[in-house]
Ligand binder design. Structure first.
Ligand code: ATP
Length: 138
């Protein structure tokens, strides 16, 4: 199988750089599988686990929004934040999940602050993605 170079970068650091066989990401229009020689494109990403296949192995990375850019020579994921399973602090993610659920309940009761509701939803989504990736459950 042909491979290609995958880079995952955030504003803070380079999270991943390796030759891979395939990735599967959650684009805003649904799941997107990218093999070598894919046509060039740029598309926004949702928050969610990203699957990487490489040499018969599967890796999962928590990717929190951003873009995927398919270039001729490589694929770049520019994420707002991203973590490998071993970099995830599960207790922190569980605490973030509990806070987000509490905020969602309050926003639902008051029914007026949709910005707070959306923020809490995104925060919950990031926390759940981190928990899933760290526990390798998907
Ligand atoms: P929290 O409320 O715990 O800060 P968050 O979803 O608001 O979570 P982000 O703004 O997405 O956090 O990320 C800020 C920085 O902290 C990023 O570098 C991200 O990789 C890191 N980060 C956030 N949560 C975790 C976690 N549970 N384990 C490891 N790194 C994390």
């Amino acid at each position: 199988m042909s491979t290609y170079l995958l880079e995952i970068v955030t504003p803070e650091r380079k999270v991943f750089e390796q030759q891979v066989d395939m990735i599967s990401v959650k684009g805003v229009e649904g799941e997107l599988g990218i093999l070598a020689n894919h046509i060039p494109l740029v598309t926004p990403l949702q928050i969610g686990p990203m699957k990487i296949k490489e040499g018969g192995r599967e890796h999962w990375i928590a990717v929190h929004g951003g873009f995927v850019e398919v270039r001729k020579d490589k694929v770049v994921v520019l994420a707002e934040s991203a973590e490998l399973p071993d970099d995830i602090d599960v207790e922190r993610a569980k605490a973030a999940k509990a806070r987000a659920e509490q905020r969602l309940a309050i926003a639902q009761r008051s029914k007026q602050d949709s910005v707070d509701f959306r923020r809490a939803e995104l925060s919950l989504h990031r926390a759940v993605t981190r928990i899933k990736v760290s526990q390798r459950q998907w």
